[in-house]
Design a protein around this ligand. Structure first.
Ligand SMILES: Cc1cc2nc3c(=O)[nH]c(=O)nc-3n(C[C@H](O)[C@H](O)[C@H](O)COP(=O)(O)OP(=O)(O)OC[C@H]3O[C@@H](n4cnc5c(N)ncnc54)[C@H](O)[C@@H]3O)c2cc1C
Length: 377
């Protein structure tokens, strides 16, 4: 894959890998399993400058680039899952403002999200609206120059630590199917974490409850009714990068499996000398490298404005997460009993990869999207 990277992308890849190894790995060791975004992680990611690849230059970024976001996520995810999640959430919470924010909103929020001063999140999913997001029920009704929001949002990543959120809610004034987007700020009255959700792997994730949350009209993003398309366009930028993060995790598992298979001796030989093990390594490497190709193809298409980017983005998300899951499972197998001991890198990866096959559209939903592109011709 590197053969196809221009020098600028190769340099970023090396910079990200250096950051991940030299700064993030010791931090991961120190912080361990977490369910929020500790200040040290927040500060470190902010200093790394990696969020800036999500945002335009005029608002504190280096220019939005799907390829660069993928390079960064691939490097971070294999080293520390929560760092990767935080990078992704800056995109999911910040990019809707790039797409639909007015000048005032962009100036107010984007430079601070790009620098890491503010952490952002994206509130779309509800208890009764997961894959079927168009069924969301949270409502926003205009009263006395404000929008009054009532409802719940479930599985919101970085919801505990985020300072700002983009929320999608039904707006009856725009018609029965109208969904609009709003910028929320921590501390607004009625914007409450209902409870944190304990996950199988490190993740800051919550359910929100909104009770008569009053949002000023100036926090409406775009026009009433713009919300549904805005959520989909935001996911279009970030979806292939879930595949990139998965590839990063799969590559780490492969590296661990190779090292272990060379040092573990059974029947008088390193287990890597048994074809049953070495063939596994060959399949894992091929699976992951194939996934990487479609991830970067999708990202390059997105950066070029190719109309097929959305199709390839779904392929990249599905192939990246499924291949990484297979690869990590085999890495655990190669480690034998050691692979399921809590705290070993492959055991952690086995838990961390699982949600990636679910969030930002499950594998089944990616298949629906891919099939609908194919059938439309
Ligand atoms: C770790 C994690 C982080 C998340 N972070 C966020 C976040 O920050 N913000 C946010 O808004 N959301 C977030 N989500 C929510 C996530 O996007 C949803 O969980 C996901 O879209 C699936 O919705 P659901 O859980 O309600 O499952 P459901 O939609 O109930 O699906 C259950 C099963 O049915 C299948 N299914 C559903 N419909 C179909 C169909 N038409 N055809 C075939 N199969 C189907 C699904 O593939 C799945 O296997 C997160 C979820 C997780 C697990």
């Amino acid at each position: 894959m590197e053969t196809l990277f221009p020098p600028e992308i190769q340099a970023l890849k090396e910079e990200c890998e250096r950051y991940a190894q030299e700064e993030l790995a010791p931090l991961a060791e120190k912080l361990g399993e977490i369910d929020d975004v500790p200040t040290e992680l927040r500060d470190s990611l902010g200093r790394s400058g990696l969020y800036r690849h999500i945002f335009p230059e005029e608002y504190g970024g280096y220019g939005t680039s799907a390829v660069k976001i993928c390079v960064a996520r691939e490097a971070l995810a294999g080293v520390y899952g929560p760092a990767d999640t935080t990078l992704a959430m800056q995109g999911l919470g910040g990019y809707p403002i790039v797409l639909k924010g007015n000048e005032e909103q962009k100036k107010k929020y984007l430079p601070r999200i790009a620098s890491g001063e503010l952490l952002s999140t994206f509130c779309l999913t509800e208890p009764e609206a997961g894959s079927d997001v168009s069924n969301l029920q949270t409502s926003a009704e205009r009263k006395n120059g404000k929008f009054v929001i009532n409802g719940r949002k479930r599985f919101i990543s970085n919801g505990f630590s985020a300072d700002v959120a983009v929320l999608f809610a039904r707006t009856p004034e725009g018609g029965a199917r109208s969904i609009s987007a709003f910028i929320l700020e921590k501390g607004m009255k009625g914007f409450n974490v209902a409870h944190r959700i304990p996950l199988m792997a490190s993740h800051d994730i919550v359910e929100f409850e909104f009770k008569d949350l009053e949002v000023p009209e100036e926090n409406l993003l775009g026009q009433v009714g713009d919300g549904y398309k805005l959520s989909m366009h935001t996911l279009d930028l970030m979806r292939m990068s879930v595949g990139a993060a998965a590839v990063g995790m799969g590559k780490r598992a492969l590296k661990e499996a190779i090292a272990y298979s060379k040092k573990r001796v059974q029947f008088g030989s390193p287990i890597s000398s048994f074809q049953g093990v070495s063939f596994k390594l060959a399949e894992m490497a091929t699976d992951i490298e194939t996934a990487r190709c479609v991830v970067y193809l999708a990202a390059a298409k997105k950066d070029k404005g190719d109309p097929q980017a959305s199709l390839y983005s779904s392929m990249a998300k599905m192939q990246g997460t499924e291949a990484a899951f297979r690869c990590i499972d085999q890495a655990v197998q190669i480690h034998g009993g050691v692979g399921v001991v809590k705290g070993s890198p492959v055991e952690r990866l086995y838990r961390e990869i699982r949600p990636l096959r679910i969030y930002e559209g499950t594998t089944e939903i990616q298949k629906l999207i891919i099939a609908s592109h194919l059938l439309k011709g």
